[in-house]
Design a protein around this ligand. Structure first.
Ligand code: FPP
Ligand code: MG
Length: 265
């Protein structure tokens, strides 16, 4: 007679097999469709995920960071050229000091890791930080500078990290720069249109995002890419960021492909 342990093991094996089969099928279906050129990721739910497991909430961010590395691999495998990640909003900087310090420490590690990352250099990923970087401490700004510098020659893929970022702040910063250029005589007021204005945003060189994904059941943008998302598709999912599976990402893209097909005819 089978023991309960053996039964669990067989069940686990079957579930795993079904999952892999479904993931492969979904992946093939997605690869046959139009791949979004630019995907925005709002990673949300790190602390709730940790709390529900009885862990310290800042541990949720560590798991969230590990998940981000995994998700980026999936995005690159799928063929998404540009990914923008909402790592830290200007509001996030007002969280308790201990949490902000932990987040800033993770971000610093992330940018420092880029310089040595085999994956980033093999895939020729250009890294850029978007936001009011002057609000960040010098050691993080230095890590950002070095990461940007070490990848500036790459053009196969782009990874934008929105950090100390706010969409309204971005639009205001663009308006200030454009006014300064008008005063300097570099641009005429009559030349300012959507296209020229977009060149003053942090994302000047990127196409607008085709798809923006937010985890954790929250259904809002929280200031993410406000200008750029005017025509983006949104996909909100209930899972917390650290528990996101590849099939969740694939489903988001498949839904986007279906919507595109429906609206395009
Ligand atoms: C949202 O979960 C997540 C954040 C505010 C921070 C995400 C940042 C990282 C994982 C660090 C990675 C850094 C870089 C530079 C890539 P939440 O804290 O809002 O969780 P909750 O909604 O459950 O409270
Ligand atoms: Mg949140």
């Amino acid at each position: 007679m089978k023991t309960p342990g053996a039964f669990q093991a067989i069940r686990g094996w079957i579930v795993n097999w079904v999952y892999r089969y479904y993931e492969k099928k979904l992946s093939n279906s997605v690869k046959n469709g139009q791949i979004p050129r630019h995907v925005g990721l709002i990673l949300d739910g790190n602390r709730r995920w940790a709390r529900e497991l009885g862990l310290d909430p800042t541990l949720g961010h560590q798991y969230g960071f590990e998940k981000l590395k995994e998700v980026l691999q999936w995005c690159w495998e799928i063929g998404i050229k540009t990914v923008t990640v909402y790592a830290l909003s200007t509001e996030n900087l007002n969280r308790p000091k201990e949490e902000v310090d932990a987040l800033i420490g993770l971000a610093e590690k992330a940018f420092n890791d880029v310089i040595e990352s085999k994956e980033i250099h093999e895939r020729k990923v250009r890294i850029r930080a978007l936001g009011r970087l002057h609000l960040l401490k010098e050691s993080l700004r230095e890590a950002i500078r070095r990461a940007e510098e070490s990848t500036k020659g790459y053009s196969d893929r782009r990874l934008n990290v929105a950090i100390a970022y706010g969409g309204r702040a971005e639009i205001l910063d663009a308006a200030r720069k454009i006014i300064a250029d008008v005063i300097n005589g570099d641009i005429e007021v009559g030349e300012i249109n959507e296209e020229t204005f977009a060149k003053y945003l942090y994302t000047a060189e990127d196409p607008d995002p085709d798809l923006i994904i937010r985890t954790s059941g929250e259904e809002r943008l929280s200031g993410f890419l406000l200008w750029q998302s005017a025509y983006s598709e949104f996909y909100f999912m209930d899972v917390y960021w650290p528990e996101l599976r590849k099939i969740d990402l694939l489903r988001a893209i498949r839904t986007n492909q279906r919507r595109q097909r429906r609206f395009g005819t």
